[in-house]
Design a binder for this molecule. Structure first.
Ligand SMILES: *Cc1c(COP(=O)(O)O)cnc(C)c1O
Length: 451
């Protein structure tokens, strides 16, 4: 038995893994990771894998990054954690100042939680509670887009729509207004991006016009619906939405948990739409992929609606044990310092072009319906029939087959059904991009022979 096999066996007798049919591990081995360095992950048998998906989109500057390691080690000797109600600490104050500094005016306060889903829960509660506090308690419903994903706690699932994550739990979710996403994959070939986006937006306009008195907020993943298959839309939709929501007194919650911190090419996705949300949810890359933390940023106007003489019904009641964890804040501060010192957003431009260049030939592949890209996120839609864009059924397990092939060749990708995507740490090289695209192409061709 190899070292990998030994650890796998011990794991499988005591651990239940997330989003996993555990029985699949009878066929596809679990991969015990011993250590990470840069873009590479190493298992116990000394195989290495390039982390093409940033370990579920969290890692931006590589594993065991020396700067982030040092920051966390230094903080560890000072203070690991303290209760956040009534107390504060230096890393959280400095991080909040920096976040307010790098975001636009109107994102003035930071409210922390310890994962993305909890951040969504706090934004939903804050929006609805704001309307209560200002005397409009009927504004308590939410508008969401089709195919959206906001996390897997009950509130976050309720405002989500990707059926894979919500179908089995439907009976416990609350109702929302649902609007068709402005997903450019659905755009007709002879339609302009603008005309298509405005057509989709008309549906949002009609809904807000009719129901604004019962709507607290619209919640959206700006520019890319990641878990929904890396489906992309025009920034125009967000610009229009801001004007509409201003007109009808409706909040905008932007879920930038996956797309924040440079993923779309700009530091934050909404910068491309020249708008400011009422709530901005950040997590994942916030700590460079080191420690669980999230932050819901909001305006002074929202904050002020809660700032008054004590009454139990007007105070924002939301807390998590690990809120504002000092180690996580120190990792986040180190991550932000790398963005600044290494001019990361500008330098990523070259990587973005490399992804475009090397994935371009896949557009002619007989089973690829679309290659799409927004910033550092590139997706390849593999389908059963290119002419009709018929996807593979879930029974084909095509994603798993592509994953398995790529892993055997040293690349970690985790396709969403037939959708292969790259979402790498920003320290990847052009040479590695070229190599990854080659392996992924072979993985697609291999999987097509197996379905
Ligand atoms: C990952 C994700 C979440 C949930 O974050 P968790 O930390 O996994 O709870 C919410 N929204 C989006 C867009 C995400 O990608």
């Amino acid at each position: 038995m190899t070292e990998n096999q030994k650890w796998m066996q011990r794991d499988l007798s005591v651990v239940w893994h997330p989003c996993t049919q555990m029985k699949d591990h009878e066929t596809y081995p679990l991969v015990p990771i011993k250590r990470g360095e840069g873009v590479w992950l190493y298992d116990f048998d000394d195989n290495k894998y390039l982390d093409g998906i940033s370990s579920w989109w969290v890692n931006v500057f590589g594993h065991a990054n020396p700067k982030i390691n040092q920051a966390v080690k230094d903080q560890l000797d000072q203070l690991e954690h303290v209760i956040m109600a009534g107390f504060t600490h230096e890393p959280m104050i400095r991080l909040s100042e920096e976040l307010v500094g790098i975001t636009r005016d109107g994102l003035d306060y930071c409210f922390y939680a310890d994962n993305g889903s909890s951040c969504i829960e706090s934004a939903l509660k804050m929006s609805m509670h704001y309307w209560r506090n200002v005397g409009e308690p009927t504004k308590n419903k939410f508008v969401t887009l089709t195919n959206s994903y906001h996390g897997e706690t009950v509130g976050a699932m309720s405002v989500g729509d990707a059926p894979l994550y919500t179908q089995s739990y439907k009976s416990m979710l609350f109702d929302t207004f649902k609007v068709t996403a402005p997903d450019l994959y659905e755009k007709a070939e002879d339609e302009t991006e603008e005309a298509y986006t405005l057509k989709r937006f008309a549906e949002m306009e009609a809904l807000i016009h009719d129901h604004h008195h019962e709507i607290a907020a619209v919640i959206i993943e700006p520019l890319v619906q990641c878990a929904g298959g890396m489906r992309m839309h025009s920034p125009l939709y967000l610009t229009k939405l801001r004007a509409l929501c201003d007109q009808y007194n409706v909040h905008i919650i932007l879920d930038e948990i996956a797309v924040g911190f440079g993923r779309t090419g700009t530091m934050f996705a909404h910068e491309q739409a020249d708008m400011v949300p009422d709530f901005l949810c950040l997590s994942k890359a916030l700590t460079g992929g080191y420690l669980p933390m999230s932050v819901c940023m909001t305006s002074k106007k929202i904050y002020d609606a809660f700032y008054r003489e004590y009454h139990p019904e007007s105070v924002f009641l939301h807390s998590h044990s690990y809120t504002g964890n000092a180690l996580a804040c120190s990792a986040a501060l180190a991550t932000l310092s790398i963005f600044r010192e290494d001019d990361v957003i500008n330098n990523n431009e070259q990587l973005i072009q490399a992804f475009a260049k090397y994935t371009a030939p896949l557009k002619d592949h007989p089973n690829v319906a679309q290659v799409r890209q927004t910033g550092m996120i590139t997706a390849i839609e593999v389908v059963k029939d290119k002419a009709t864009r018929t996807p593979f059924s879930w029974e084909s397990r095509i994603g798993l087959k592509m994953f398995d092939y790529a892993m055997k060749h040293g690349l970690l990708i985790r396709p969403l059904g037939g959708i292969v995507y790259f979402n790498t740490p920003y320290i990847v090289t052009e040479e590695q991009i070229k190599w990854m695209v080659n392996i992924a192409t072979d993985a697609i061709d291999y999987a097509l022979t197996q379905v």
